[in-house]
Every structure is written in C-alpha cells, then in structure tokens.
Design a protein around this ligand. Structure first.
Ligand code: ADP
Ligand code: MG
Length: 197
C-alpha cells in the first residue's frame, strides 16, 4: 500500500438498518487519497456521498471493509479529520468569533495560541471586521467561509466538505468555490469534496 495515502477505503460496504428494513448505501468501494490531494466526488442525490464522508469522519462504522486515515483504522471521530457539513450549522446566538472557536472549545484547546490562530484566519479571509456580528447578519457566502474557518481552526489533516456550496446562489458559488480552493491549497490540507452539481 502506498504510504503517501492519507485516506484509504478498502472494500467498504455499508447497509443502513431501520424499521422498514435494510438500505444498501455503499457496496465494495475502494479508493485512496494522497496527502495534499483535492478530490471531488460527484454523483446524484442519494448515491451515498454523505455516507462516505461520515465513514471517514468515524461517525458511522462500515458493514464490511476498512477505512484508514494516516494508515490507522478509523474507529471514531478524531481531530485529524475536519468535517464541514452540508448545512453550515451556525449557532445564531453566538458571534462569528464564538462560532469559529466552537471546535476548539469542544476539544478543550482554547488558549492564547489557538485564539491568535483563529484571529489570523479571520483576518486572512476577510472576516475580522465581522467577528462580533451574528450569523444572521452575514450573507450565505460569508457564512460558508465562517464554517470553513471553523473547520480549519482545529487544524485537521483532512478536510471533508459535504456540498459546501449548495446553499448559495450561482454567482456566489462560483466566487466561493475559487476562494475555498485557494484557502485549502494555501493551508496545505488534503480535501475531499462531495457534490451533486
Ligand atoms: P447522498 O449524500 O449522496 O445524497 P446519502 O449518503 O445521504 O446520499 O444516502 C445514501 C443512501 O442511504 C440513500 O438511499 C439514503 O436514503 C440512505 N440513507 C442515508 N442515511 C440513512 C439513515 N440514517 N438511515 C437509513 N437510510 C439512510
Ligand atoms: Mg448528502
């Protein structure tokens, strides 16, 4: 196996179980992502894209097969992986700065250094002047940028992006997709983006 691969899915299948029965969502999926790569997975709604990201994030376990991150079997969420969900999930009663700090708070990593890093990210990506604003005072594109910065703040090796542009209009989507690509490249991250579009 190529040791430069940061994410590997090895013959992964996943069936969801509920009262109505069983839904086979993924069948025998194998692929690898090399460090620093930016991979897009495109497919229609319901084909299993979110399921793939949730498996890599360690939120669900495969029915069969293995998932490796940095060569280690995934057996739960880890701070190596940052997951930006389809909805931006801002807390409306928290300011932008407080929203961006959330992941660090959960991990108990709020300190002078991490605060400075967040401030630097907000400055670099044009949000410093809005740090005391509330989410509803921002445009959809700005909220998406905040969600990305929140994910970057925990300094993950791998970024998982679930339809990051679906909530914004076409013009904003074009601008934002360039911007997000640049941000991820500049921060030197590996990224997996899924989209139906
Ligand atoms: P996508 O993100 O590509 O739209 P998903 O990964 O969300 O697709 O879903 C893949 C399939 O699994 C779909 O048929 C969906 O209905 C089903 N599914 C997703 N989540 C669940 C769940 N929690 N319970 C049962 N079935 C699910
Ligand atoms: Mg989905």
């Amino acid at each position: 196996m190529n040791t430069d691969n940061i994410v590997t899915l090895d013959h992964v299948s996943l069936n969801y179980h509920n009262l109505e029965g069983e839904t086979p969502a993924l069948e025998n999926i194998s692929f690898s992502v090399a460090k620093g790569e930016f991979i897009g997975i495109i497919g229609p709604s319901g084909c299993g894209k979110t399921t793939i990201l949730s498996l890599i994030a360690g939120l669900i376990k495969p029915t069969s097969g293995n998932i490796l991150v940095e060569g280690k079997k995934v057996d739960g969420p880890s701070d190596k992986v940052g997951y930006m969900l389809q909805q931006d999930h801002m807390f409306e009663w928290r300011t932008i700065q407080q929203n961006v700090m959330l992941g660090l708070e959960i991990q108990g990593k709020v300190n002078g250094e991490s605060k400075q890093k967040v401030m630097h990210l907000l400055e670099t990506y044009g949000l410093a002047d809005f740090r005391h604003f509330y989410p509803q005072q921002l445009s959809g594109g700005m909220r998406q940028r905040v969600a990305l910065i929140r994910t970057l703040a925990i300094d993950p090796e791998v970024l998982l992006l679930d339809e990051p542009f679906s909530a914004v209009d076409y013009q904003t989507r074009l601008a934002l997709s360039d911007e997000v690509t640049n941000i991820i490249r500049r921060e030197g991250k590996t990224a997996l983006l899924v989209s139906h579009d």
